[in-house]
Design a protein around this ligand. Sequence first.
Ligand code: NDP
Length: 486
Amino acid sequence: MSVESRTSIVWEYAPAPESSDHVRLQDRYGLFIDGDFREPSARRYVPSINPATEETIAEVAWAGEADVQAAIESARAAHPRWVALPDRERAKYLFRIARLIQERSRELAVVETIDGGKPLRESRDVDIPLAAAHFFHYAGWADKLHYGVNARRVEPLGVVGQIVPWNFPLLMAAWKLAPALACGNTAILKPAETTPLTALLLAEICREAELPPGVVSVLPGDGAVGSTLVRAPGINKIAFTGSTAVGREIQAALAGRDVELTLELGGKSANIVFEDAALDQAVEGIVNGIFFNQGHVCCAGSRLLIQESVLDEVISKLWRRMGLLRIGDPLDKNTDVGAINSAAQLERIETLVAAGEEEGARRQTVACELPERGYWFAPTLFTHVSPAHRIAVEEIFGPVVSVLSFRTQAEAIEKANNSRYGLAAGIWTDKGAKAFEVANALRAGVVWQNTYNHFDPTAAFGGYKESGFGREGGPAGLRPYLRVLR
Ligand code: NDP
């Protein structure tokens, strides 16, 4: 392994940890069913761990089959009254939830960071504000559904099961719950087993907002809980975000059943840098594209395509910039790269990085002192990558970027599309016409120009090919929660 040391100036910063005095977590959380927290039927509680310290933050109830059934019954019972509410009244609940998220934003940001490992700067400035923004956005749609679907008559689907991953726990919950509720559905949310805490705080917020019991239930647990929810009778729709393998399994389980499905799966997105781009700006975009949230991002720009004429220059600028990234305590306000979400995810990253080295790619890893406890992986750059290498094909879901080169625009498009995924892409060029031409030729759900990882509740997000189907965000995000009548 070639681990290169920092070549650049290392800035010394005094620690700047965010205060967590305002966070009032309970030692133990139950399941949120029928408007209140209750004991799980099997009395099973599992610790939720801080991945930066391996310490237990709180114990969380795991749902069993009987609990899934109870949540479905409660959601079914709540549905007729929820859908009968005037649309404006439903909107008021969503506005209330959005405002409560804002009120508790400092607390939510800290909890998101300690439960998931992401830098506080990101949870504070991205995850939590965007979660509130999704509730605000869909609150606005609740009495205008009709306009979101070309003035057709619509009705909600009924009870929706929503399964979310660990990379943006509260934000993914908001992406799913806000449109579902705005459309008049009732929902059962299954958070990821490593990051249940902000979903449980969101359950508290729903109670504080006096959301009618049964409209939202939160059932923490492992994959088995998700699997039970998918197979349970009484569900009208499943919305899933996570790995392609589990997405495929869910699709097979639902085949032949009258249950709607949307899947938001993995990606291996191409970030394409043309020779005419503003290269310093592109380097910032590359860093944001792959090191944001430790690379635990489905649309991460993990395949970096650089035009050959500027390859060496971009790599040298990127490597220098990587040396300035601060890795460590996620609660420190200066941290750029936090902890890997779990031991299992760290092992997946290490396996794929080892495969990259074995297959002959050249690895450069930023040398830095990593904390002794917790799960960490230093930012890593692979060059001399061939399109067939596993690190160019498979989703690593970590702070690892694989560089490929191209000579012409046509070759860039061909290489970018040479993936079983099609979630996102980035294009860096000064030429507007080129950006449009390339964007039109890319089979990717989201294409950013001269920026990356830019999210907005008013814009649709979703994939092509094995990145899934269905759209979340904006008016397009209403459609998966509605039945169009005529
Ligand atoms: P999973 O797809 O396993 O998990 C996503 C969610 O589905 C979690 O809530 C999980 O529960 C649940 N789940 C797991 N198995 C089942 C099942 N059989 N039926 C129903 N629900 C299930 O992702 P992982 O957390 O294991 O991550 C693995 C890989 O997936 C990552 O390395 C990454 O490549 C990709 N991924 C992609 C994401 C994206 O946003 N597109 C997000 C997360 C992961 P539990 O947490 O208990 O496993």
